[in-house]
Design a protein around this ligand. Sequence first.
Ligand SMILES: [Ca+2]
Length: 185
Amino acid sequence: MCTTISVPCSFDDGFCGFTHDVRSQRKWFIGQSATPTQNTGPSIDHTTLTHKGSYIFIEASEKKLGDKKARLTSCWFNANITQCLQFWYHMYGIRIGSLRILKKTNSSEDTIWDQSENKGDLWRFGQTTLEGNDGQNYQFVIEGVTRQGNEMEKGDIAVDDVTLHDGVCKTVSSLLFAIEMSFNS
Ligand SMILES: [Ca+2]
């Protein structure tokens, strides 16, 4: 079960088997170097720390009505598997929206991790445990949500280097992993 996604995923060769939620009108895009809008989004790829690698991002200025969510979904995991989902995320922009990780079963969908603040031009480490204890097979969803209003285009959110480990997540200080991506330095 769940053999169609390939992790660790650097997004350098596409979406690693993650699929777009067909009910969402927005999509995650593969990005490289900087996103099209200035003063939002990453400047460089996380995997290589250069302009050459790729990451996924939501383009906040994409003009679309209706659904503001972009959702990327894993395949189905067996109910009894507990694992730690780890990833790097980038939330830079004065109108940043939300990044969420959801655990989805046939009957429920729960947010198990979320952030909704401007974090500056930094890649940050995130992790959350996918608990396999409720008897139901599950997927996880990487969901980006854009905000409406003035300067809504300054809200690009990016994700890179998604991976899974057996067992629950161990506590780490995300500060240890924060790497500043300043072009001024
Ligand atoms: Ca990458």
